[in-house]
Design a binder for this molecule. Structure first.
Ligand code: DGJ
Length: 724
């Protein structure tokens, strides 16, 4: 609705920011402070009219430091005369509809200095998500230094509020942490410079009704959509509110805003659900598929990636054999990982050649075009690995352009992987052109390449841009990610259809800041199926299965050395975007047969897994030695149920798992997928009402009924439910 239409109403300053089932109410009285009055489920007109009479007059929606601000602030600046205080008042506001969303903008202006902050909210009309960000403009003649510039702020009413968030490390990403919010500041942050989701993630959920529940209770979800360093703060002080702030990490990143320059902060996406944590996840997943990840409406191909199969041992016969093998199992795509390039310095291991993106013709005499032809012969698509933001000191690129790396003046660079790796300075336009050309050259030579695995294996370990002037060194992190965005924009403008995976030493780029350009991410370099249950569980809080690359790998596993039977490895990988990360020629005929069958069955359930609604049922983090979840199609006509046993003891007693998300009035016929047992489950082929399945569930046998010599301590089930 236009601002002018609303301005004549008695509640003129109260603005409704609405999605189908949720809304935020803000108060924007001219000349006063902007306030947030409400965030939750959609209000009736009556309740909206009386919103202030419920007893809450709102809190500052974008608290600025220096005036009446003894607590945390979302914004802080130092003006040319040294003044460190800001006082932002409402100047004007507007609301309009554009491209399936409602955009609300409130312009705030400092009472003394020529600085404005536009606070923006985009509310989607098809999904329950509101994105908020700010646009800070220096209208003065002299630069203003920004020392804090959060994307957004949200007050969360105190009570029994619990926080769910992800932590971890390389090979153990996406670990779920749940804790009550207590007085003090809870900070979640990243300072890697390049990758930002190995350790903490920039997404959180607040359970408002005590200990978090998956399928009941009110939940607020928040995701900061930024590819670089971030900081999320929850300040619980002497007020009735947990004050939540999220934005670019301002540490070592003070930003000098030039005259007439506008600084746009990244989006903070906010959602609300009264259907528990899984409800908030469904909101994130729907928004992601419709608005936030590349090709969210396109089914993903089943692929074999060469990394754990051959590592750097790339050669033509080997690639041909792997392509033939994945094709014979029903796969649709083959991806050649690291080790294919380097002429002067062949990439035989991880210590050279990044930046030298010419094929090593000793390994691959027919070059990449030869491999693309080979893939065609086998009836699969071809994909390729690159790590374009990096170089090695041992590379032709570094010999030619030592000035392109991130490095502190006067100091020797601190190197990363292989003892020689360095990060290129993406803030430098020449480097941006170079990185764009890496992709452009590969695609020009091989227009039929279908998939790129884009890796990034180093943190920024040296503060220093050789491109930026001395007095702008604090812009280095921000300019790096602006450069990254510019390159990605150029690639997507020219190659809109190619599938691109965000990989960064495993799960270092599972973040909505990168997903608009990327179709998916590599969840972790750890492919151990048991540990993947935990990592994928946590990651599913915020990211849909369509984006979570989940591969069947070898036993013993290359990271944990755990030996897990193929059945369990398949049943875990099939809960995400299924792929393989293995040398097929080392697999037994029985394993090949299981995988061939799994790929065929996955093709049947793929739309339910990749486009469906998630319902997490029993958490692996609850210490019950098992985990269970399911996906239901949007029309509730199909569902896939997963059950994994995580420990084995005699005299174990697992809870019977009640299903969720089904239509209580429909009958669902049950079929076990990836079956290995000698006998059918008692309910195989039988139909039960959704009501029965959701109230009672089905008894899942604790072990598989197989020949004695095939018995082991692992057990898992995948059930496909189809409505009659
Ligand atoms: C790190 C990635 O996470 C792996 O999957 C693999 O691509 C290697 N890099 C290759 O060097």
């Amino acid at each position: 609705m236009a601002a002018s239409a609303l301005s004549c109403l008695a509640v003129a300053a109260q603005i409704r920011v609405s999605t189908p089932s949720t809304e935020m109410v803000i108060d924007a009285p001219e000349g006063r402070h902007l306030k947030i009055l409400y965030f939750g489920s959609a209000l009736t007109d009556t309740d909206f009219g009386y919103i202030r009479d419920a007893g809450f007059n709102g809190v500052d929606a974008y608290p600025a430091y220096g005036m009446r601000c003894p607590a945390e602030a979302a914004f802080a600046a130092t003006y040319p005369d040294g003044n460190m205080s800001t006082d932002l008042r409402v100047e004007s506001w507007s609301q309009k509809t554009e491209e399936g969303s409602q955009l609300t903008e409130v312009l705030l202006k400092d009472t003394v200095y020529p600085l404005t902050v536009k606070v923006c909210w985009r509310a989607y009309m098809d999904v329950d998500m509101i994105e908020t960000w700010t646009e800070i403009e220096n209208l003065g003649k002299k630069p203003v230094t920004l020392t804090r510039f959060d994307s957004g702020f949200l007050p969360v009413r105190r009570g029994q509020v619990w926080l769910s968030h992800l932590s971890g490390t390389w090979a153990n990403e996406g670990q779920l942490v749940q804790e009550p919010l207590l007085p003090g500041v809870k900070m979640i942050k990243n300072k890697d410079g390049v990758r930002n989701s190995h350790t903490a993630h920039s997404e959180v959920m607040f359970s408002l009704d005590g200990r978090p529940q998956e399928n009941s209770g009110r939940v607020i979800g928040a995701a900061l959509c930024y590819s670089g360093n971030y900081e999320l703060r929850i300040d619980t002080d002497d007020t009735d509110w947990h004050s939540f702030f999220a934005g670019i990490n301002p540490d070592n990143s003070a930003y000098v805003l030039a005259s007439k320059e506008v600084f746009r902060t990244p989006e903070l996406a906010l959602t609300y659900s009264d259907e528990g944590l899984s409800g908030a996840s469904r909101n994130f997943h729907r928004w992601a598929r419709s608005h936030r990840i590349a090709h969210g409406d396109r089914l993903r191909k089943i692929l074999l990636n060469s990394w754990e199969g051959v590592y750097f041992d790339i050669n033509e016969p080997g690639m041909d054999q792997m392509m033939a093998d994945i094709a014979s199992m029903g796969g649709e795509l083959f991806v050649m990982d690291d080790g294919w390039f380097g002429v002067k310095y062949p990439r035989l291991t991880d210590n050279c050649a990044l930046g030298d993106w010419q094929v090593d013709t000793k390994k691959l005499p027919g070059g990449v075009p030869g491999l693309v032809e080979c893939a065609k012969k086998h009836g699969v698509k071809f994909g390729i690995w690159i790590e374009p933001e990096m170089t090695n000191t041992v590379s032709e690129l570094y010999e030619k352009h030592p000035d392109w790396v991130i490095k502190a003046p006067q100091r020797d660079p601190v190197t990363g992987r292989g003892g020689t790796q360095l990060v290129l300075d993406l803030g430098n336009p020449a480097v941006q052109d170079f990185v764009f050309r890496i992709v452009d050259d590969i695609m020009t030579e091989n227009s039929e390449i279908d998939y790129i695995k884009w890796d990034a294996n180093m943190a920024i370990m040296n503060h220093g841009s050789q491109y930026l002037p001395k007095d702008r060194q604090s812009h280095m992190y921000i300019e790096y990610h602006r450069g990254f965005a510019k390159v990605c924009d150029r690639i997507r403008a020219k190659y809109p259809d190619i599938t691109i995976q965000a990989c960064a030493s495993g799960g270092g780029r599972a973040n909505y800041g990168v997903m608009p350009w990327f179709d998916e991410f590599w969840v972790s370099d750890n492919t151990d199926a048991l540990q993947r249950v935990y990592m994928q569980w946590g990651t599913s809080y915020f990211f849909p299965a369509i984006a979570m690359a989940s591969h069947i790998s070898a036993a013993p596993n290359h990271q944990t050395f755990r030996t897990i039977p193929m059945k369990f490895r398949i049943d875990v990988a099939m809960s995400g975007r299924l792929g393989m990360e293995i040398q097929p020629k080392n697999m037994t005929p029985e394993e090949i047969a299981l995988c061939r069958n799994a790929i065929e069955e996955y093709k049947m359930i793929r739309p339910v897994v990749q486009f469906g609604d998630i319902y997490r049922l029993v958490s692996p983090y609850d210490g019950l030695d098992m985990a269970s979840m399911m996906y239901c199609s949007a029309d509730k006509s199909q569902a896939v149920f997963y059950w994994w046993k995580l420990e084995t003891f005699c005299d174990q007693h697992f809870p019977k798992v009640r299903m969720a998300g089904l239509d209580p009035d429909r009958l669902y016929r049950v079929r076990e997928l990836n079956r290995i047992d000698n006998v059918l489950l008692p309910y195989e082929g039988k139909a039960f009402s959704g009501k029965f399945l959701m109230e009672n569930g089905l008894e899942i046998p604790y072990r598989h009924i197989v020949d004695y010599h095939l018995q082991n301590d692992w057990s898992s089930r995948v059930l496909y439910l189809e409505a009659e």
